[in-house]
Design a protein. Structure first.
Length: 80
């Protein structure tokens, strides 16, 4: 079952959303780290808002959680 990513995803809540989706998927931090090729400490730091994941890591995390990503909704055009 694929889930839609929260429309309010931003740099302030990425960690919260990752944790919430991981827990809803009944996946431990250790399992998540193994699925996406990151250290457990990196998953912990993302969820605790100590670091912001790189784009490729974020896409791997979301994919492991069976989430769809609509990149056009995550990018806000520059109106400078």
């Amino acid at each position: 079952m694929e889930r839609q990513l929260y429309s309010g995803l931003n740099l302030d809540n990425i960690g919260d959303i990752c944790r919430q989706l991981r827990i809803q998927s009944n996946i431990s931090q250790e399992e998540m780290a193994a699925k996406v090729g990151l250290a457990v400490s990196t998953i912990e730091r993302i969820e605790n808002k100590k670091v912001i994941p790189r784009a490729d890591s974020m896409l791997n995390i979301l994919s492991a959680l069976n989430c769809q990503v609509n990149i056009s909704k995550l990018i806000i055009p520059y109106t400078g």
